[in-house]
Design a protein around this ligand. Sequence first.
Ligand code: SAH
Ligand code: SF4
Ligand code: F3S
Length: 441
Amino acid sequence: MKKVYLETFGCQMNVSDSERIATQLEIDGFQIIPNENSADVVLLNTCSIREKAEHKLYTRIGQICNTADKKPFIGVLGCVAQLEGETLFKGNPAIDFVVGTKAVGRISEAVERVLDGGKKFADLRDRDADYNWTVSTSQRHSPFVGFVPIIEGCNKFCTYCIVPFSRGREKSLTAAEIIRQVQVLKIQGIREVHLIGQNVNSYRPMSEEGLEGFYGATPFSRLLRAVAATGIERIKFNTSFPRDFHTDIIKAIEENENLCNWVHLPVQSGSNDVLKIMRRGHSIESYMEKVDKIKSSDRKISLTTDIIVGFPTETEENFAETLEMAQYCHFDSAFVFKYSPRFGTPAFEMHDTISKQIKTERFLVLEKVLRKSQQIALQDQLNKTFKVLAERISSKNNREMTGHTTCHKIVNFKGADVLLGDIVNVKITECKKNSLYGEVC
Ligand code: SAH
Ligand code: SF4
Ligand code: F3S
């Protein structure tokens, strides 16, 4: 039996692809192993969102070649693979084959071909029509939380972003396929599903298949209601695109207890000037209007975001507007990124005008503001009791468990592994920097 080691970088979509890649390989008789040491083939499922992500890949390839007993065949998959194709062979001679983001259904063929010897090759072709979206229980990233891709790719072409090039145009799965997957997950004991996509709320299935009523103004909130009707215990969805965030999504959450009270709505900047050059399609006023509606819901919906600092042309005044926006929105948590120029995107041509030092300064100032609102949001949970999904034993203390609330806050609590997979009531007794601590009650 040939041994394959698969390592994943990047977003939930890559994690989800890796689950299906491993499933396919296992079905076709390969053994998936937990590290590279005795691997015949190493697969690296890559991310290209920022420059650093690519550097990480090349460093990792270097490590693998140095530490492995015998050099394994190395295959590059994912977003770097799709973007770079055969040029990767010139950049790094240790790479033996390349499989693009849509070609993952042919992974076994690719691995067999490389094991048979012969020339290096790249498969960047499209998905086969009979691509199988099913993930086997043994290859899931969690026994209790399941990812279900509902829309792939992106049509938005924000000027800084590489994703429309690495993932192609938006393509929604049919509602029937999504519901089928959720039902399978439910039967297999999954307690929480995450409907995932670059922009989940741009969901728009184009085929005639699927459930009726998915062709109106708000197909995503209709899909949410249909998934809620399966009775699976918890449903989260990620990421929402601000321009397409219809208030009917809030209504759907309010109508269905199992639609979780968390919305991730990346704003990117607080300045209309910058948002325009980013080509985000939303103004800061329209964003805040949506935030007001989210915050006024009785479901106490938590709000998280992504922000880029140091985008070309961002002035001190523009940045001050971002700080003001962050103070207004009181995010439960936020990811801040320093702008990273990506070759091939329109922003790359604008030249990276903001110095490294200013990017770092802005990053730190913004982080401080965001930390404050994160702390307030965490402290607000003190002495309250929440339903927490006991997802795993804590990596820091084996007598503690870790999991998430419905509003996606991390909670650690004392407990033994018999609780694994249970949804338990936890009273919050302490709040830490990024998480909560509590006791089962
Ligand atoms: N589709 C989602 C985001 C997907 S990418 C959306 O539109 O909101 C995840 C995050 O990476 C983005 O929200 C953005 O903040 C960040 N990002 C994307 N390209 C970047 C770049 N070139 N430099 C820095 N951060 C970037
Ligand atoms: Fe990138 Fe914009 Fe698409 Fe998000 S919406 S994936 S930021 S192009
Ligand atoms: Fe990275 Fe590709 Fe996801 S660039 S963030 S792995 S879509």
